[in-house]
Structure formats: structure tokens, C-alpha cells
Design a protein around this ligand. Structure first.
Ligand SMILES: Nc1ncnc2c1ncn2[C@@H]1O[C@H](COP(=O)(O)OP(=O)(O)OP(=O)(O)O)[C@@H](O)[C@H]1O
Ligand SMILES: [Mg+2]
Length: 443
């Protein structure tokens, strides 16, 4: 027991004992000791009762009361209660202050922030930016279902995805269609979701400027390059007896530049599309035959090439674009596999969808390069790629084409053992093979 409590306790005991003793002495003098002690005990009890009442009053009182000053155990208890109440009030004030500053910070965020009830998907709170970007209004939208409040945004299906909902990268704001928004859903507790809407209008404009710039530069370079290329072709190596390799090197580099420009133009075109250009059956038998011929031409007999058709299906999309994507993967496999290696192109089923995979036993790719492989101009070993004549745009083109077809590229690789590049198509892109399909593959 702490010292102050112990001494208050002893003081109270001593006082009670003194009162009882005094009553016994007085009672004895008056000839009624038992009655005097009984009256003293009743007085002590009444005093304790009165002090207990004051303690209870402190506990239920709303306003602050000064602590008692006396030295009894009840006064000590009163002081302890007063101290606890003061500390509790201070903690509450601190927490309230923190809560207010968090709210103020969330309210001042430039991004729209909306707190939703997870089950009913009703709006519980939103900040000022949610008014300017999403058109939510106080108090009209508080407690309303988010899907109704954000009409005509098509969010019902997206919200149903909950925890697995992929961010919506670009959607028009219901306030003004010129404002483009990026939406993401964050389930931050068992009962609540957070919807964050970011204004990406400026970012998308900059992206567009960059795309236009690359497309325009590539377009402008195309004509002068064709002219240079034409003149170089007309020159005769015998006109340069002192340096016969010079002309060959000039031709080689001008071809490389022409390829680069063509690839950049292809990328610009793909980037400006929302979906694949054509939606038609892509006959996979002639497609696989073309890929085999291309691989063999590229390999010049240096590799063991297999094409395996296990799926017996056709795809739906743009034959030209899909051919370009698959052919990029096949040419990589041949290019980055030393002579004597194996290249396998396989079409197989996966659940309701299909996979076209290109497997090689080549150099392989270190794991830390894999996430960046589809970036433009990204090369694992620039010297090796440059030697092989690559521009570093191939996989970027593949990724875009697959994206336009709702498919995804998966890359697995082990250094020294080889790589597998798989294109995963979902059920919507797969259809039963019909032998009578016209051959639409571009060779
Ligand atoms: N099958 C593969 N095996 C090993 N490395 C590969 C393979 N495929 C791609 N890579 C690596 O990934 C890099 C990027 O490939 P990408 O096809 O984008 O460019 P590239 O082949 O250099 O040029 P191009 O634009 O002519 O295709 C390559 O430089 C190479 O280092
Ligand atoms: Mg390539």
C-alpha cells in the first residue's frame, strides 16, 4: 500500500478508536457505558455513510469539483479519484485533438476521400475534394448508397469486387467529363472501406503530349530515313576501295534506325487504342505454322524447334496484332538461345481459357530484371541485345497487344537454363476450332 494511503488509513483508525474510547470513558462516568459506545458507533457509521455519499457524488458529477483537503482515508480516496478524473479528461482532450487534426488533414487532401460502410456501401463521411471531384454534397449524400450518389459512374460491378477490385485508372468525373479520375478502393477495417479518387487529368494530358511527341518525331524521321536508305542501297561497295566495311556498316545502322522508327510508330498506334483493332477469329493452325517457319528462318538450322498444338482452339482478336506479339516472343527465344538450344512454341488450354507459351533453353534472365522487362528500351544486357540488332521495344509491344486483347504476359526464367514467356487468354478470347476458317494470318 502506498505511504499516503497507509498513513490516512492509520489516522482514520486512530480517530475511530479515540471516539469509541472517549465514549466509553464518558459513558462510564455517566453510568451508561454500553449506551455511550453504541451512540459513538452510530456516529462513526453516519460519518462514513456521509463520506461515501460524497464519493458517489463525485463519480456521477459532470462538473469539476475541488478535492478534499483533510487527512482521512476518505479524503485520500477523494484526491485519488480527482487525480484520475483529471488525467482521463486530459487523455480525452489529447485524443479528440488528434482526431480533429486527422479529420482536418483528410478534409484538406487534394484527393477525394470517402468512407463507406462495407456491407451497405453507404457513404459515412467524405472530404471537400469529394464534392469538387465526385459531386457528393453535405448532407444530401451522407447515409446514401455510393452507387446512387455517383450516378452515372458505373461502379456497382467494381464495388462488388471489394478487396480484389483493381484500381480504375481513368474514368470521367460525374461533375465534369473533362476531369479524369483514378479510383481505388481500400478496405481498411472489417466494417469500413475507403474510396480514394485522384484527379489525373493533367497527368493524362502530359502522357498524351509525350505520346504525340514520340509519334510525331518517329513519323518525321521515317521519310528522311527512307531516302538515306534508298541512296545507300544504290551505292556500290567498289566505289569505296579504301574502306569496304564502311558502306556495310552504314546500311546496317540505317536499317536499325528504320526498325526503331517502325517499332515506335507501332507502339504509339497501340497506345492510342482502347481495344484490339479487329475482333475476328484468329485461326491458330496457320498461325503456328507461320511461327514455325519464322523461327526456322531466324535460326538458320542452329536450334531444335518444336511447335506443339495441344489446345485445338482458335483465338478471337486481331490476327495481325497477335501475330506480331507471338512472333516477337519467338524471335527473342531464337535470338537469346545459343546454337544447339531448343525452342518450343506450345498452345494449350488453361481452365476455360488458353495459353500460348514460348519456351527456350537460352541464356535466361536474372530475377531482378523480370519486373522491368516490358519497359521500352529495357535490355538485360545491352551489349548482347545490341549485337543481336534488338531495339528493346519488342516486349513492350507484346505487352500492349496482349493488354488490348484482355490477356496477360507471364515471364518465368532461370539464368543458364532458359525462359518461358506465356500469353494467357481468358475464356472470352477462345473459340472452338472450325476447320473451314479462312486463313487471315499475315506472313
Ligand atoms: N527469351 C529470352 N531469353 C533471354 N533474354 C530475353 C528473352 N527475351 C527477351 N530477353 C531480354 O529482354 C530484353 C528485352 O526484350 P525485347 O524483345 O523487348 O527487346 P530486344 O529483343 O532487345 O529488341 P527488339 O525490339 O528487336 O525485340 C532483351 O534485350 C533481352 O535482354
Ligand atoms: Mg525482342
Amino acid at each position: 500500500m502506498p505511504r499516503p494511503i497507509r498513513s490516512a488509513w492509520l489516522k482514520t483508525l486512530a480517530t475511530v478508536a479515540a471516539v469509541v474510547l472517549l465514549a466509553a470513558i464518558v459513558g462510564r462516568a455517566l453510568g451508561q457505558p454500553a449506551l455511550a459506545i453504541a451512540i459513538a458507533a452510530l456516529l462513526v457509521l453516519a460519518w462514513h455513510y456521509w463520506r461515501l455519499r460524497r464519493v458517489l457524488q463525485r463519480l456521477v458529477a459532470r462538473q469539476r469539483r475541488e478535492p478534499s483537503q483533510g487527512g482521512s482515508v476518505w479524503d485520500e480516496l477523494d484526491r485519488l479519484l480527482h487525480r484520475n478524473q483529471r488525467e482521463m479528461r486530459a487523455r480525452k482532450q489529447r485524443l479528440l485533438g488528434m482526431l480533429r487534426s486527422y479529420r482536418a488533414a483528410a478534409a484538406a487532401l487534394p484527393d477525394a476521400v470517402v468512407v463507406l460502410d462495407r456491407n451497405s456501401q453507404r457513404v459515412q463521411w467524405f472530404n471537400e475534394a469529394a464534392t469538387t471531384l465526385l459531386g457528393l454534397r453535405h448532407p444530401r449524400d451522407l447515409g446514401r448508397g455510393l452507387v446512387d450518389s455517383l450516378q452515372p459512374m458505373p461502379l456497382a460491378h467494381w464495388l462488388a469486387g471489394g478487396r480484389n477490385a483493381e484500381p480504375i485508372l481513368d474514368i470521367a468525373s460525374p461533375v465534369d467529363p473533362a476531369i479524369r479520375l483514378n479510383l481505388r478502393l481500400i478496405p481498411y477495417s472489417a466494417e469500413h472501406w475507403l474510396l480514394i479518387g485522384r484527379d489525373v487529368t493533367r497527368l493524362l494530358q502530359l502522357e498524351q503530349v509525350r505520346r504525340d511527341f514520340v509519334a510525331n518525331v518517329s513519323h518525321e524521321l521515317r521519310t528522311p530515313l527512307t531516302v538515306v536508305h534508298g541512296y545507300l542501297d544504290m551505292l556500290d561497295p567498289e566505289d569505296f576501295p579504301g574502306n569496304p566495311e564502311m558502306l556495310e556498316e552504314m546500311r546496317h545502322q540505317s536499317q536499325r534506325m528504320a526498325r526503331l522508327v517502325e517499332d515506335l510508330l507501332t507502339l504509339s498506334r497501340l497506345e492510342s487504342q482502347q481495344h484490339s483493332q479487329e475482333e475476328e477469329p484468329v485461326a491458330m493452325v496457320p498461325m503456328l505454322a507461320t511461327l514455325r517457319r519464322e523461327a526456322e528462318a531466324h535460326s538458320q538450322g542452329r536450334h531444335d524447334i518444336h511447335v506443339e498444338d495441344e489446345a485445338g482452339i482458335d483465338l478471337v482478336g486481331s490476327p495481325r496484332e497477335l501475330h506480331s506479339a507471338f512472333s516477337n516472343l519467338v524471335s527473342n527465344a531464337v535470338r537469346y538461345t545459343p546454337a544447339g538450344g531448343q525452342v518450343v512454341v506450345r498452345l494449350r488450354r488453361e481452365h476455360d481459357g488458353a495459353v500460348l507459351e514460348v519456351r527456350d533453353t537460352g541464356h535466361g534472365i536474372p530475377a531482378d530484371h523480370l519486373p522491368r522487362l516490358t519497359e521500352r528500351f529495357y535490355r538485360v544486357s545491352s551489349s548482347r541485345s545490341r549485337e543481336s540488332g534488338g531495339t528493346g521495344l519488342g516486349l513492350s509491344i507484346v505487352k500492349h497487344i496482349l493488354g488490348l486483347h484482355g490477356a496477360r504476359l507471364q515471364i518465368e526464367s532461370e539464368v543458364g537454363k532458359g525462359s518461358v514467356f506465356s500469353c494467357h487468354f481468358d475464356a472470352a478470347r477462345v473459340r472452338k476450332r472450325e476447320p473451314a476458317f479462312p486463313t487471315t494470318v499475315v506472313e
